[in-house]
Design a protein around this ligand. Structure first.
Ligand code: CP
Length: 312
């Protein structure tokens, strides 16, 4: 594996999950692998979990992490090819990526979508530009359309907590006050499609994800029907894909409640808005796996970095 930019970079999810579990048992087992290696974490957007867990993963491998908030702290980066740079951008990605590649053995990038320009977002201009112009491996720390470190984490968490051989997993949309990306939902769908689970998606009409990603996964527009006999309910808000970037519904009836959840485990990537997306009674109960998920971010990232280091 040269880069980790998508769930599709996982060749065998079951072996990756087994490897991540082994790292979790002994996190310092490869503490010399990354000696004298540097990872640069470049954030165009905010983060708590990704920023800290990826640094922790790097430290567990003996790497030196350096972190930069690109938006605000760096020169404005131009991504357009052939642009006359007489506007607000001061440095081209061709130079920026080449320069950072001299300081870092791996570069990780977080760059959210515009949610106003679907074509631009789906082109993954920022992530793909780093892949093109950097000379070192690139890790996707959440891009316009995917969050594969989160997707791998979620697969690991479901594997750890499954009580039956083939659990039923439901991805449920929930209301939110802001327009949010599809990245987490997309990568979760792709991860579940690789696993041996009964997987369904539920959301109000108008919120279908990219059909090229959902493929043959069943979509049920009735949340109660979808939740029947669920073992895991993974919740996430996303904006409309067909009416791109729009909030079509804030229907509070889609909020996750203890009553709706029943015996299922609740999952969410965090951050989560209490009593908008999910009620306190769920998050404050043993049904919630959100803290365990966040812990697993370290081991998912550590596995990815380990594989990249072994391939340097
Ligand atoms: N789940 C997740 O990616 O969290 P952060 O946005 O805080 O990194």
């Amino acid at each position: 594996m040269k880069h980790y930019t998508s769930i599709h970079d996982i060749d065998d999810i079951n072996s990756w999950i087994a490897d991540a579990k082994a790292l979790k048992q002994a996190p310092l087992q490869d503490v010399t692998l990354g000696k004298d290696k540097t990872i640069g974490l470049l954030f165009f957007n905010s983060s708590l979990r990704t920023r800290l867990s990826t640094q922790k993963a790097a430290l567990n491998l003996g790497m030196n992490p350096i972190v930069m908030n690109v938006s605000g702290d760096a020169w404005g980066i131009e991504f357009g090819d052939g642009t006359v740079m007489d506007g607000n951008t001061a440095e081209h990605i061709k130079e920026a990526a080449a320069v950072v590649s001299q300081y870092c053995d791996i570069i990780a990038v977080r760059a959210f979508p515009t949610l106003t320009d679907k074509t631009k977002d789906e082109s993954e201009q920022v992530l793909k530009s780093f892949v093109t112009y950097a000379s070192v491996p690139i890790v996707n720390m959440e891009s316009a359309t995917g969050h594969p470190l989160q997707g791998l984490t979620d697969a690991l968490t479901i594997s750890e907590h499954a009580k039956v051989a083939k659990p039923k997993v439901v991805l449920s949309w929930a209301p939110h006050v802001k327009t949010l990306p599809h990245a987490v939902a997309n990568s979760f769908v792709q991860a579940m499609q690789k696993m041996d689970v009964e997987f369904v998606i539920t959301h109000p009409e108008g919120y279908d994800l990219n059909p090229e990603i959902t493929g043959n996964t069943p979509i049920i527009y009735n949340q109660e029907e979808a939740f029947a006999n669920a073992d895991f309910v993974y919740t996430k808000n996303w904006c409309s894909y067909s009416d791109y970037g729009k909030i079509l519904s804030e229907d509070p009836n889609w909020m996750i409640t203890k009553e709706k959840l029943g015996d299922a485990k609740f999952m969410h990537c965090l951050p989560v808005r209490r009593n908008v997306v999910v009620e306190d009674a769920v998050l404050d109960s043993d049904s919630s796996l959100v803290i365990q998920q966040a812990n697993n971010r370290t081991y998912a990232a550590q596995l990815v970095l380990k594989k990249l280091l072994e391939n340097l």
